[in-house]
Write a protein that binds this ligand. Structure first.
Ligand code: SF4
Length: 324
């Protein structure tokens, strides 16, 4: 099922009732990877970024947010709290902060491994193949390098600090390094359409991703793209999740999805439950202290509630919560 872009496009164009019966319901019945909802601890260790992605609140041109950079010691104190809470999986993320030395990134990854994390995901930008191999050797399990948009023209317009070719070369280097790849798109950004979305989903299949960190477009204040349109369609993100689950039954798919109330961000209970019912499985708990969480603002109202919220989604969806 969904071996080609045309088959994906056909599903995206189905009348909603037909889609619910033929795609959404079967996708919700596929056993989730790991046997339940995967809870991961997440730490945004630096919100400094040299890039100017038109959709992102952390773009270098946004002078309205306070910037911070946590060295390995400060970051590891917080990841240690995640271990104490019982998390075995960690997602470390930062902007493209070239003031953060590569040696410090290695120390952070190996330090988190020493704390007992069994899986570490890392997203901190484009590096060379040799550097990806060093990250792999330090204990990084999966590198997250989103392609954001498979349409070359859109990518080059919305990501002026890099290029489509550079991004795809970086993704190929991650694959060649032997780390797993997390990659995906933004759904329904201004200028996106169903045909492009079919191409996005097909690209995830061809890249053999192990995590689809997909979200609908969510506007961020002080960004150029926020002037062009509002939040992406909640129906389309659910369609994408369901197609992905049937197409790639073993991959992680982000369940921290927004709902109707944009103020609740990725922690919207109904948004999360709808995503799980469509086949998504990964929720995140933010390790940033309350005073800093709002500064890691790739989108407005990012909001990642903690373990209590994960337990509630697990209970309401009748799926076990897996932390290790
Ligand atoms: S998407 Fe990433 S690289 Fe682009 S501006 Fe935001 S933090 Fe920087």
């Amino acid at each position: 099922m969904f071996d080609t872009r045309d088959e994906i496009l056909e599903a995206l164009n189905m009348p909603i009732e037909e889609f619910r019966a033929d795609v959404l319901a079967p996708a919700g019945s596929v056993p989730l990877p790991g046997g339940g909802i995967t809870g991961m601890a997440m730490l945004g260790y630096s919100n400094i970024c040299r890039s100017q992605c038109l959709y992102c609140g952390m773009r270098a041109g946004n002078k309205a947010i306070p910037r911070y950079r946590m060295g390995p010691a400060e970051a590891l104190a917080l990841t240690g709290i995640g271990r104490e809470l019982g998390f075995g999986r960690l997602f470390l993320i930062s902007g493209e902060d070239r003031g953060y030395s590569f040696e410090d990134i290695i120390s952070l990854v190996s330090g988190a491994r020493a704390q007992g994390y069994t899986r570490i995901d890392l997203a901190c930008g484009e590096f060379s193949l040799e550097q990806y191999k060093m990250l792999r050797d330090a204990g990084c399990t999966r590198y997250v390098m989103k392609f954001e948009m498979s349409d070359r023209e859109d990518f080059d317009r919305l990501n002026p600090s890099t290029s489509f070719d550079r991004r795809m070369a970086a993704i190929e280097a991650v694959i060649e390094s032997g780390m797993e790849l997390g990659s995906g798109n933004i759904v329904d950004y201004p200028g996106h359409n169903i045909e492009k979305m079919a191409g996005d989903i097909d690209l995830m299949r061809r890249l053999r991703i192990s995590w689809a960190p997909v979200v609908p477009y969510m506007p961020a204040a002080n960004t150029p793209l926020a002037l062009e349109g509002g939040r992406g369609s909640l129906e389309l993100i659910l369609r994408e999740i369901a197609i992905l689950r049937l197409m790639l039954p073993d991959v992680d798919i982000t369940a921290g999805q927004p709902g109707e109330d944009m103020k609740k961000g990725f922690g919207d209970e109904q948004g999360n439950l709808n995503a799980v019912a469509a086949g998504a499985n990964v929720l995140f708990a933010d390790l940033l202290p309350a005073g800093r969480a709002q500064d890691f603002n790739v989108v407005d109202n990012r909001n990642l509630p903690g373990l209590g919220h994960m337990r509630r989604i697990s209970e309401l969806s009748n799926r076990p919560l897996i932390l290790e």
